[in-house]
Design a protein around this ligand. Structure first.
Ligand SMILES: Nc1ncnc2c1ncn2[C@@H]1O[C@H](COP(=O)(O)OS(=O)(=O)O)[C@@H](OP(=O)(O)O)[C@H]1O
Ligand SMILES: Nc1ncnc2c1ncn2[C@@H]1O[C@H](COP(=O)(O)OP(=O)(O)O)[C@@H](O)[C@H]1O
Length: 198
């Protein structure tokens, strides 16, 4: 616990940086099972935002676990800390006036809610990539479900570790056989409806 600290108010603030960037900054928080399509869809959404002239940054599970969260594993405790750090980093990017996309399983409801409260009101947009376990397991892009079924990854999400589905996400992508481009288009359309994009 750090003590004897004083918060510094800088002359250039979030509003000034957002205006310079021409963005309303917020976090687009993708959650879903491994293989549900978080990274794939977030990548396409980021490309679309970039082409539209927005400042963006995509924080992706596997990448962040190579650096910032390289000391964390997949115990419940480590996943809680993983999500807390991602939320704090997202907050810094939002403060910089950037649209942040995050692609983490973020399996626990309480942690996603905690992340929401680390951001200011209206800055957290939860996107539930609702792809059934059977489909994720069929895709198995990294062969991890096969390993988990063999017992080699005992705490794998959806098999030996829980995934708590969001109850009221801002955007709910229910997979019904549509491809990733259609899913990304739906995210952009919903962001417009919700007033995040013009
Ligand atoms: N035990 C276990 N459970 C789930 N996932 C595992 C596990 N071990 C390794 N992986 C790989 O790590 C990626 C998930 O990392 P995250 O940081 O998103 O996980 S979490 O939000 O902290 O639960 C996840 O990536 P995605 O498939 O992109 O979701 C896996 O590639
Ligand atoms: N509708 C879809 N949406 C997203 N990904 C899809 C879809 N259909 C097939 N895929 C494939 O499923 C895999 C999803 O992997 P990934 O995006 O890494 O998921 P996650 O980040 O949730 O683990 C990719 O190989 C992608 O090409």
């Amino acid at each position: 616990m750090s003590t004897n600290l004083t918060w510094h108010q800088h002359k250039i603030d979030k509003a000034a940086r957002s205006q310079a960037n021409g963005n309303r900054p917020f976090v687009l928080w993708f959650t879903g099972l491994s293989g549900s399509g978080k990274s794939t869809i977030a990548n396409i959404v980021e490309q679309k935002l970039h082409v539209a002239g927005k400042s963006t940054y995509l924080l992706d599970g596997d990448n962040i676990r190579h650096g910032l969260c390289g000391d964390l594993g997949f115990s419940d405790k480590d996943r809680v800390e993983n999500i807390r750090r991602i939320a704090e980093v997202s907050k810094l990017f939002v403060d910089a006036g950037v649209i942040v996309l995050t692609a983490f399983i973020s399996p626990f409801r309480a942690d996603r809610n905690a992340a929401r409260h680390i951001l200011a009101e209206g800055e957290f947009v939860e996107v539930f990539v609702d792809t059934p376990l059977e489909e994720c397991e069929k895709r198995d892009p990294k062969g991890l479900y096969k390993k988990a079924r063999k017992g080699d990854i005992p705490d794998f999400t959806g098999i030996g570790s829980a995934y708590e589905a969001p109850t009221s996400p801002e955007i709910h992508l229910t997979w019904k056989g549509q491809n990733e481009i259609t899913a990304a288009d739906e995210v952009i359309a919903q962001l417009k409806t919700l007033g995040y994009l013009a």
